[in-house]
Ligand binder design. Structure first.
Ligand code: HAM
Length: 411
């Protein structure tokens, strides 16, 4: 039998895993400072949750969902994103009943049936955060400040925020812009790519961020949405920009940023890096004040983001391997294993060679494992209740009595 990994999935290990952990640990440290609690949601949901929330006409729902049927022929989807399911969680557990605001963060795998390439996978990993109950741009600001804090903490350079407002559903706002845009696109229809000719009727805003050269040119001449939204949305967007400037947040306006999910309103943003090549968005988010309504629940204003870990990790500096812990070397199996256990129970990392190969080989293994100190148990040492301790950094070696061992531990 030839074993093969599923297309678009990955085994993540060693140095790359360390990069994942650097970002995950930083998020676990920083997000709670802003009042976010972790939330864990199922990997599967009923398909209709995403179909209604993210939108039937979006690529994510229309082309990219991993669907399965349970034994009673109900359609389930491997989650393509986390926002709809947190909203589902809040609604099914009635969590807004006791709370005026709620803040959650999450991390885990998401699934989209896309054509895999560098930075784009079928199982990928997100860290996201969602803020419920606040309508003012203070919430937008706070979320962006939290992201900046995270990026600084992991020393991530070269990422930029891009910002847009896509207005609201009032007739004189996005709907009016949409019909102007459709008119403009109709005038240029013959130059649009095949997909965009369809999108023109199903999801015209998406034409603005099509990657086809000709469509890019047409989109460049299209009306700008943030200039056409209603007065309230425009004032809201201006307020956010003022707040960002007051907090020295660098951002660019991108009038073509519309995002690939239907639930957004007003502020949308993405985290970009030119170092990512074609898959340049390391994260994205925005406001979704209308999503609870879509599910028939009481309105709750909300904003959130998700970072693509598979992409962000590509932007981190190479983690420096550091030497740590102990490696016990010796030929007396029983004595070695006893010492190893004692060191571990004192909260220190400790390894040994389970095959008890030659001393030379054991030293080589200690080197490879990057042990800080090697504890040598020769026959002499065992007889005298002693341990020889070699500092692998300085090559200095001393002999200590076994009851002095704790002096060797890091605290
Ligand atoms: P999204 O833009 O679809 O937003 O995904 C967020 C990030 O996930 C992207 O910027 C990208 O870094 C990463 N990503 C998406 N698809 C893939 C893939 N196939 N392979 C690797 N990375 C990928 C959302 O998912 C929204 N739920 C974000 C949000 C939260 N909006 C409000 N709250």
């Amino acid at each position: 039998m030839k074993l093969k990994i599923v297309k678009g999935t990955r085994d993540i290990r060693n140095e790359e895993l360390v990069r994942f952990q650097i970002i995950e640990k930083s998020a676990e440290k920083i997000f709670p400072l802003y009042g976010y609690n972790e939330i864990r949601n199922p990997i599967m949901e009923r398909t209709e949750l995403f179909a209604h929330g993210v939108g039937e006409e979006t690529d994510i729902v229309g082309k990219e969902m991993f669907l399965l049927e349970d034994r009673r022929k109900r359609s389930l989807a491997l989650r393509p994103e986390g926002t709809a399911q947190i909203v589902r969680n809040i609604i099914t557990n009635d969590l807004m009943k006791q709370n005026k605001t709620l803040k959650y963060y999450y991390m885990g795998p998401m699934f989209r049936y896309e054509q895999p390439q560098k930075g784009r996978y079928r199982q990928f990993h997100q860290i996201g955060a969602e803020y419920f109950g606040v309508e003012t741009p203070d919430a937008d600001l706070e979320l962006i400040l939290m992201l900046r804090h995270l990026f600084n903490d992991v020393n991530l350079k070269g990422v930029a925020f891009q910002l847009n407002s896509i207005g609201c559903l009032k007739p004189n706002c996005r709907p009016q812009f949409k019909s102007n845009l459709v008119q403009f696109l109709k005038d240029n229809q013959h130059n649009l790519c095949e997909d965009c000719q369809k999108r023109m009727t199903t999801n015209p805003l998406r034409v603005l961020d099509c990657k086809n050269e000709k469509c890019i040119q047409i989109a460049d001449g299209a009306p700008k949405i943030y200039e056409k939204i209603c007065d309230e949305c425009a004032a809201n967007f201006k307020d956010l920009q003022n707040l960002l400037e007051r907090h020295n947040v660098k951002y660019e306006l991108n009038e073509k940023l519309v995002r690939g999910l239907d639930y957004y309103s007003r502020t949308v943003f993405e985290v970009y890096s030119s170092n990512l090549g074609a898959q340049s968005a390391a994260g994205g988010g925005g406001r979704y004040d209308g999503l609870f309504d879509i599910y028939g629940a009481k309105t709750v204003p909300a904003i959130g983001f998700a970072l693509g870990l598979d992409r962000l990790t590509m932007l981190l500096d190479k983690p420096k391997p550091k030497s740590e812990g102990f490696f016990v070397i010796g030929a007396n199996q029983e004595a070695v294993i006893k010492l190893v256990s004692e060191v571990r129970e004192n909260g220190q990392k400790c390894l040994y060679d389970p095959h008890f190969a030659s001393m030379k080989s054991q030293f080589r293994q200690a080197n490879k494992a990057m042990a800080k100190k090697v504890l040598i148990l020769g026959e002499e040492e065992i007889k005298n209740n002693q341990i020889a301790v070699k500092n692998m950094g300085t090559s200095e070696q001393i002999t200590i009595s076994t009851d002095q061992l704790n002096h060797q531990f890091d605290n």
